[in-house]
Ligand binder design. Structure first.
Ligand SMILES: [Fe+2]
Ligand SMILES: [Fe+2]
Length: 161
């Protein structure tokens, strides 16, 4: 049994990206997790003008890293369960995004100031682009688990699909 998504670990003081129903993937748990990721980005955005607020930047990146790790892992488990055919590619995208967040975190921990604006732009493009793009591709498979396997079975039995 998975834990419920309770409170958002990042509080957004202002919204850079607004959540809309158009971003929904039709799974309330994943939607709630996506909202938290967006809230983290919203929290991070105003801090870009305050590079001296290293502790806050670090705390936000750390929370983002924790949360992204949980979300990616749960999403991958579900995609595997429903037989999503793009699973491997999806997992590769998750790995690349996680590595970027992890790199930002370790750079900060070692006192290396990353190019925050550039990294934020990449992070924003990747995470929001992923939620609005790649994550939407699995929607039909969440609605009809193992639809691909069923189609293969129907084909092999000469039934229409
Ligand atoms: Fe996602
Ligand atoms: Fe994803």
């Amino acid at each position: 049994m998975t834990e419920p998504v309770t409170s958002a670990p990042c509080d957004a003081s202002e919204s850079f990206i607004a959540w809309s129903d158009a971003m929904s993937v039709g799974n309330s748990r994943f939607d709630d997790q996506h909202k938290v990721i967006i809230e983290c980005l919203n929290r991070l955005h105003p801090l870009l003008d305050h590079p001296d607020r290293t502790a806050e930047i670090h705390a936000t990146i750390e929370k983002l890293e924790d949360f992204v790790l949980v979300h990616f892992s749960e999403e991958e488990q579900e995609l595997r369960r429903v037989g999503f055919p793009g699973f491997r590619e999806h997992q590769t995208q998750h790995d690349a995004m996680y590595e970027l967040v992890f790199k930002m975190k370790t750079d900060l921990e070692h006192g290396r100031a990353p190019d925050a604006r550039m990294l934020f732009a990449i992070l924003n493009d990747w995470l929001v682009g992923h939620i609005l793009g790649s994550d939407r591709e699995y929607i039909p498979y969440l609605e009809h688990p193992n639809a691909g396997a069923t189609r293969v079975w129907q084909r092999s039995n000469g039934k229409p699909f």
